[in-house]
Design a binder for this molecule. Structure first.
Ligand code: HEM
Length: 402
């Protein structure tokens, strides 16, 4: 589908130019994974005239190339200024996702110890409780609209517990999230982002006065390079933990529940042997990798024979990596017995800080729904709705059960 006659830089070979709106292309048809994977049939490196928000840039379509770009932070930088600064009105950067090594390592050293499986063990009970509380609200109704009644509030609940914030803030946080992610216009998104930022700032100040929570202490009083974190470095961490686990978790959950609702045989298998839920989470996150991330060229470089110039964007759809037929046999098949080395949580220096938390959140939901409900299915006569873009997410998923 042709877009506008965007000027293509002179160094881009004609054969690599793809005059298309990437987001519209991925949204064609009923299955975004099938839609985007048509790109596997073309060149592994392309120049897309509208790769995101009307901007042009490079697009990689293969597992090996995408992994290589994520690992090679010297050529493909994640450094960005101003992405959220405009939104929240302070010169803050998402920390550590918008910062390259070596500075990046110092921030991760502060955060990592609080996101290991061992450190998260205590949070697990709270996560289970949040999931149960949400399910209790609709358990007797024979079904639910999974996204609004469960998938959206659930990660906010987990965030509140992780950050030692009052659970009574749940509705307020859902309201803010709605404004940021689905706000009708920019003004609404800015308003919600500023309100949440102000709340995070006040929570940080409270922590300065009453320390004691190990994760918050690290984010407020932690040291990098022998000095205390600055206010903006610290706020960048608060904000990244807020946004990092919201739409990623809800989107992945939506695809998982949709798959289970259309595969009663797999429901039965997982119910009969809950040990299989761990491997199922692995395979679900591969098959339903929801993130399209990007980098910028730090300098002029030749990447696999293609000349790229400093400052250009390079987009990395992780679903193309994780459904690459040259790495995963029969990639569109969900096979929980598959041993996979997928990159749904990224790879290299910026690999997901919340990976163990996320997997736990997903496992707990699958366990809970399978325990509480039998014959989970899509509500008859209704259609699910989804969006593509920077994350592939289901927006509406009507479920029924016996
Ligand atoms: C299914 C859920 C999740 C998925 C699929 C996911 C995916 C990802 C991916 C692909 C990246 C790397 C992005 C890049 O390199 O550009 C990433 C980074 C990150 N994620 Fe997650 N994520 C999930 C859940 C979470 C949760 C629950 C948290 C909250 C703690 C979180 C926090 C982060 C942070 C802080 C980073 C940046 C790490 C760094 O720059 O060093 N994520 N995630």
């Amino acid at each position: 589908m042709a877009t506008t006659a965007t000027t293509v830089p002179a160094h881009v070979p004609d054969a690599l130019v793809w005059d298309a709106d990437f987001d519209a292309f991925t949204a064609e048809g009923r299955d975004p994974w099938a839609a985007i994977c048509r790109l596997h049939d073309g060149p592994p490196i392309r120049w897309c005239t509208n790769v995101a928000y009307g901007r042009s840039g490079w697009l990689l379509t293969r597992y090996d190339l995408i992994s290589e770009a994520m690992i090679d932070y010297e050529n493909f930088t994640a450094e960005r200024h101003g992405m959220i600064a405009d939104l929240v009105g302070e010169n803050v950067r998402l920390n550590p996702i918008e910062i390259d090594p070596p500075a990046h390592h110092g921030y991760r050293r502060l955060l990592n110890p609080h996101f290991t499986p061992k450190a998260l063990r205590e949070l697990e009970e709270a996560v289970r409780r949040s999931a149960s509380e949400l399910v209790d609200k609709f358990a007797g109704q024979g079904g639910c609209e999974f996204i609004s009644q469960f998938a959206i509030p659930y990660p906010s609940y987990v965030f509140l517990d992780l950050m030692n914030m009052p659970r009574a803030m749940l509705d307020q946080f859902i309201h803010w999230e709605d404004g940021i992610m689905r706000g009708a216009d920019m003004a609404e998104r800015v308003k919600a982002a500023r309100e949440v930022y102000a709340y995070l700032k006040a929570h940080r100040e409270k922590q300065l006065e009453q320390p004691g929570n190990p994760l918050l202490d690290a984010m407020v009083n932690g040291e990098v390079d022998g000095r205390q974190l600055t206010y903006l470095e610290s706020m960048g961490m608060f904000y990244v933990l807020y946004v990092g686990g919201l739409d990623t978790v809800y989107s992945t959950l939506g695809w998982i529940l949709r798959y289970l609702a259309t595969h009663p045989d797999l429901q039965e298998r997982l119910r009969a042997d809950s040990e299989l839920i761990g491997p199922a989470v692995e395979e679900f996150t591969r098959a339903f990798s929801v993130v399209v991330t990007h980098r910028n060229l730090a300098r002029d470089t030749v990447f696999h024979g293609v000349q790229m110039k400093a400052g250009e964007e390079i987009h990395l759809p992780l679903m193309l990596a994780d459904r690459d037929p040259s790495v995963f046999a029969d990639p569109h098949r969900v096979d929980i017995d598959r041993k996979s080395r997928h990159i749904a949580f990224g790879t290299g220096t910026h690999n997901c800080l919340g990976i163990h938390l996320a997997k736990r959140e997903l496992r707990i939901v699958i366990e809970l729904f399978l325990q509480r409900f039998s014959n989970i299915r899509l509500r008859e006569g209704e259609e699910y709705r989804y969006h593509t873009g920077r994350t592939f997410g289901i927006e509406y998923l009507p479920l029924a059960w016996d």
